[in-house]
Design a protein around this ligand. Structure first.
Ligand code: MG
Length: 373
């Protein structure tokens, strides 16, 4: 089987008002992503998704379409979609960076491989080590205190046991928000914070230590991108486990995190890491050094969330029992791109055991909801 062409569909879907995301990087109230279809010289095609975000990764929907259409797509034509390692090498030769765009082609090739062999992707990744239904944490925006209180109460009612609160702005506001959420949710649920690189090292240490009474279960990316020393210092000078996220795109970043004793956990996901295989390589490297991984997210639609689910189900070192991941992206959005959306009930996401990713894209919906030019 050979790749014949790659089609791109830029799609816009608004977030549900109650799910609107506010982080140190700004407001996320709609998603402009790219759905990708990899066609072959046989009947089969595979689907992928690039959850591009200018503020998070620097990739935009327009830039993503351009590089997929003019560089990555034509560059992989003629490649065997089932030979993922060679495909990855080819994608690396074609451009630097562009992790999310590359991951869309790569996950579509896993989808193709699964469909061709009649197996779900988690089987191709070594088989299920977890149930196909798994629990996520809920990631809440950096809301003002009254809104944070109300949302926290709703999430506890909906059955969430781990709540992540976005921080990374003014220290006083962040501390007040986290404290209010702990007050509302009571002592049992896990409380996680994520600064998205928004604090400097001194503010991070000050805030985390000021929140000691809130018993944080995890502190995600408290310090700026690229600063391994700052992250290591936060880990040394505070008590909760530290998770690296926005600083870790590839295997070299993961090696630096490990070498510098920066973190207890590394957040991974196929989009950020350039594909399912590259994501798994990081999970395995981390595991070999006794570092756990958790599943991060950029609020994916159904296709990329399914890709995350297949990794969760098949990778023992994605330690979601201790560090639940963010696998609720489709539930944040008003509409689905799938004919058969993933089942998401409160904190529980279930992936399909159908061949490939198990998601059938609704091409009429996708065409009818283009991201604007
Ligand atoms: Mg994060």
């Amino acid at each position: 089987m050979k790749i014949r062409s790659v089609d791109c569909f830029p799609v816009r879907i608004p977030l549900k008002p109650e799910c609107q995301m506010i982080t140190a990087l700004g407001v996320h109230d709609h998603s402009d992503y790219i759905v990708v279809r990899v066609n072959t010289d046989e009947e089969l095609f595979g689907v992928g998704e690039a959850t591009v975000s200018e503020r998070w990764s620097g990739e935009t929907v327009w830039g993503g379409v351009a590089i997929l259409k003019h560089v990555l797509g034509p560059g992989v034509c003629g490649c065997d979609p089932e030979d993922i390692r060679s495909l990855d090498l080819r994608l690396n030769q074609l451009s630097r960076g562009n992790w999310f765009a590359k991951s869309a082609i790569e996950m579509a090739c896993w989808d193709l491989r699964g469909k061709s062999l009649g197996k779900p992707i988690y089987e191709l990744l070594g088989g299920a080590c977890r149930d196909l239904t798994f629990r996520s944490r809920y990631s809440m925006g950096a809301y003002d205190v009254p809104r944070a209180r109300q949302r926290a109460a709703e999430l506890i009612d909906a059955g969430f046991e781990t709540i992540k609160v976005k921080v990374g702005g003014a220290a006083e506001d962040d501390i007040a928000r986290v404290r209010a959420v702990r007050e509302v949710i009571g002592s049992q649920p896990r409380l996680v914070i994520d600064a998205n690189c928004g604090w400097n090292v001194d503010t991070a240490i000050q805030c985390i230590n000021a929140l000691e009474d809130c018993r944080l279960a995890l502190v995600e990316q408290p310090t700026p991108d690229g600063d391994y020393g700052a992250l290591a210092r936060v880990r040394r000078e505070t008590t909760p486990p530290v998770m690296a996220d926005d600083i870790c795109f590839d295997l070299v970043h993961a090696q630096e995190l490990i070498r510098n004793d920066c973190c207890d956990v590394i957040s991974v996901y196929p989009g950020k890491n350039g594909g399912i295989q590259k994501c798994r390589d990081i999970i395995e490297l981390a595991g070999s050094h006794g570092i756990a991984c958790s599943m991060g997210s950029n609020l994916e639609f159904d296709v990329a969330t399914a890709a995350m689910g297949h990794l969760i189900v098949s990778c023992p070192n994605l330690q979601i029992e201790e560090y639940p991941g963010d696998t609720l992206g489709p539930a944040y959005h008003r509409d689905s791109i799938a004919v058969n959306p993933l089942s998401i009930e409160g904190p529980l996401t279930t992936i399909s055991n159908a061949p490939g990713l198990g998601i059938e894209v609704d091409w009429d919906f996708v065409r009818a909801h283009p991201a604007p030019d």
